[in-house]
Ligand binder design. Structure first.
Ligand code: MN
Length: 627
């Protein structure tokens, strides 16, 4: 494909605000059908190029909407990575009913796949005599391996898709994929069912290779056994072994480097691909190599192995990725303005963030945008790093309702994987800082509202990330939050900034306010000051809230309590650093102050009438900084 055929014609304003009208879809679908008739192998002939121009004209006559299809960035002097939109690749054709789509398996094919136990995602149960073995396996692997072992590695998945997904035609020529599966000490049957299901549910001509990346597993079943087992696929499945534990993030980048096909598809090591999952993921990438796509992620129960539809979202189950301002992963319903741009409920929709474990991306593009930041350790924040990089550097991300993959969530009672010994404390928090300091611009202050102690945490060198952004990313975080992530700020409003924060220490003795780990209705008491933050870290913000993490402190009778709060809630707090009084009152005049009840460190506090001459009411906020 030549670079010359890409559209440079869409105006920025239209690209950002344009609506995708159904009439246009019909127009482009007709153009596509015409192209197919005239040029069935979709090859690059001169005639094709001409028709392609004609095809393009349809887009120029109205408001079309194409995620990430941006070629002009006024005032930006750097280069955008990836080739961008290729209008020669036709869009998918969505029909409501009728003939099955071109990659869709028919009933007879599905019938032939049947294996018995657990087929169609049905649940499996165990007997009393197995309970000990079950508990042991959950402790070791996070899943009930006893039940997993009873289910065929080739079982038929449940079909959770909107029935309309069966009638979609995808471009005939889709790119080949490398499936990348990173694992560390995974259980055998859940890991291998991931591989089996991918091979079984993927059209042969699209499945280039499966690259299993062993991140220094120590369990015996993942060594020679595994090498022997994958031989049955005659080289289709390869195992790459990391010499030392790299963590999930770097191991994924290594998997990308070890792969050779045009598109990479990352899967967690405990998944099951559902029917016709791959073509819907590939179509948007074939058309625009700066787009990453993400399947719907259904739940597979880690005990009984039945499928449940991904929860949340709007009426049609469409949820986008999001975060709160302390940088926890969240999911929110697809915002209405985005829905309005889409001609049907089964079409891919943009998401400001991905969960991270399952996604597809063009291999060369992932390389060009430097994979993940190699300074990120083990797990945490890398999904946001990639999300921001995609959107702010001229690409984008789509969640694809017709592509569904089941994922087993770890059960309680799992021992977990211990981090490598060389790792510093707080790896996730250091990761968060790297990502935020690289991408959030002035919005980083909102992160430090709930994590003020992290402001001093060492996160290493991000100069390479900043340099990349300067040279290749035309958009800033303001643009991103206005155009792409606006739904996040509606669901999670930016928090008021802190006026005072730290441990709240009585001016006399060695007593600090301490939530004692209480939340949601529990009381705040005092304890020996320990300077570790945690339960002794409080913040008084410009919204006049006194908070600990996401909990608001409030006056309940004469007691000091805390409970979950939203912005503007439980406001009315004040602190005077001169006198040391912490007061609360809904009105300016009628105020009450926090007071110690005894001189012993471990005791209760109460509300009394404010009196700056009473030593029991005098406190300091001492900031505590992590290193
Ligand atoms: Mn997982």
């Amino acid at each position: 494909m030549g670079l010359l055929t890409f559209s440079f014609q869409m105006r920025l304003s239209r690209r950002l605000s344009g609506l995708y009208k159904p009439i246009l879809l019909i127009a482009s679908a007709c153009a596509f059908a015409y192209l197919l008739l005239a040029d069935p192998d979709n090859s690059e002939s001169g005639a094709h190029a001409k028709k392609s121009k004609h095809h393009k004209k349809h887009h120029d006559t109205g408001d079309d909407y194409e995620v990430g299809a941006r070629e002009e960035f006024p005032g930006f002097e750097g280069t955008i990575m990836g080739r961008g939109l290729n209008e020669d690749v036709p869009k998918e054709i969505y029909r409501d009913s009728g003939k099955l789509g071109n990659y869709e398996p028919d009933q007879a094919t599905i019938k032939e796949m049947e294996t018995g136990t657990g087929d169609y995602g049905k649940q499996v149960n165990w007997g009393k005599d197995e309970e000990d073995a079950v508990r042991k396996s959950i402790k070791e692997f996070g899943f009930n391996m006893v039940m997993s072992d009873k289910i065929s590695l080739d079982r038929v998945p449940k079909d959770i898709r909107d029935p309309k997904c069966k009638y979609v035609d995808y471009p005939e020529k889709l790119p080949e994929v490398s499936i990348v599966i990173v694992f560390h000490n995974e259980g055998w049957s859940t890991l291998m069912r991931t591989v089996h299901s991918v091979i079984k549910q993927t059209p042969k001509e699209l499945l280039g290779e499966v690259v299993m990346v062993d991140d220094a597993s120590t369990k015996e079943h993942l060594k020679g056994n595994l090498d022997e087992y994958v031989k049955r696929w005659n080289g289709l499945v390869r195992v790459h072994r990391n010499g030392q534990r790299e963590g999930l993030i770097r191991a994924r980048s290594i998997g990308a480097m070890q792969s050779t096909k045009e598109v990479l598809v990352f899967l967690d090591a405990h998944c099951e691909a559902e029917f016709n999952w791959l073509p819907p993921l590939l179509a948007p990438i074939a058309r625009n190599d700066r787009i990453s796509t993400v399947p719907m992620i259904d739940g597979i129960d880690g005990n009984h192995y039945h499928f449940t539809t991904q929860g949340g979202g709007d009426r049609w189950g469409r949820a986008t990725g999001a975060w709160d301002w302390s940088f926890l992963w969240k999911r929110i319903a697809l915002p209405e303005p985005e829905d309005k741009k889409l001609p049907s409920k089964t079409q891919p929709f943009p998401s400001p963030a991905m969960a991270g474990g399952l996604f597809a991306i063009n291999r060369q593009y992932f390389k060009d945008i430097l994979y993940y930041d190699p300074g990120l350790e083990i797990w945490g924040g890398e999904n946001f790093e990639l999300s921001y990089k995609l959107w702010m550097c001229g690409g984008g991300m789509l969640f694809v309702p017709c592509s569904r993959v089941g994922h087993i969530y770890r059960l309680e009672g799992w021992d977990g994987n211990p981090p490598p010994k060389s790792l510093k404390d707080n790896p996730s928090m250091r990761n968060y800082r790297r990502v935020i300091e690289t991408w959030w611009d002035d919005w980083s202050k909102y992160f430090y509202v709930s994590r003020p102690e992290a402001k001093t945490l060492d996160f290493g060198d991000i100069s390479a990330q900043l340099e990349f952004r300067k040279n290749h990313c035309p958009y800033d975080f303001n643009w991103f939050m206005k155009e792409i992530g606006y739904g996040v700020a509606v669901e999670y409003p930016t928090p008021p900034l802190n006026k005072f924060w730290g441990e709240v220490r009585a001016r006399q003795g060695n007593q600090c306010l301490d939530s004692m780990g209480h939340t949601n209705g529990g009381s705040v008491e005092t304890y020996y000051c320990h300077k570790q933050g945690g339960n002794q870290l409080f913040r008084l913000n410009e919204g006049l809230q006194l908070m600990q993490y996401d909990q608001c402190l409030f006056m309940s009778g004469s007691q000091l309590k805390l409970s979950h709060c939203s912005a503007g809630d439980k406001a009315g707090w004040d602190y005077d650093p001169k006198t040391g009084l912490i007061s609360y009152g809904e009105k300016k005049k009628q105020r009450f102050c926090i007071s110690l009840t005894s001189k012993t460190a471990i005791s209760k506090v109460k509300f009394v009438e404010c009196d700056a001459n009473d030593d029991n009411q005098l406190f300091d906020f001492n900031e505590i900084h992590s290193v």
